[in-house]
Design a protein around this ligand. Structure first.
Ligand SMILES: [Zn+2]
Length: 79
């Protein structure tokens, strides 16, 4: 029997203060990236989708997609 499936793995990049498109305030925003993987026996084998970066406004909770490179650039400088 072969067990296969899909799994979404995510990681939090960090937090940064950016202007929120929803509440229009300078808000501490959490950036996280996720990607779906094909798994075999619960081991991720290869990614089946591109990376998606999601930003969550810590003030109003609004979530929106952001450009991967732009988000990564925010945290490269801080690292
Ligand atoms: Zn907001």
């Amino acid at each position: 029997m072969i067990l296969f499936g899909f799994r979404t793995r995510g990681k939090t990049l960090g937090q940064h203060t950016v202007g929120c498109p929803n509440c229009h305030r300078e808000a501490m925003t959490t950036f996280s990236q996720r990607r779906s993987w094909f798994t075999l026996f619960f081991i991720p084998i290869f990614p089946i989708s591109g990376k998606t970066t999601v930003a969550t406004c810590n003030l109003c909770g609004f979530r929106y997609n952001v450009d991967n490179q732009k988000a990564e650039a925010l945290f490269v400088a801080a690292a």
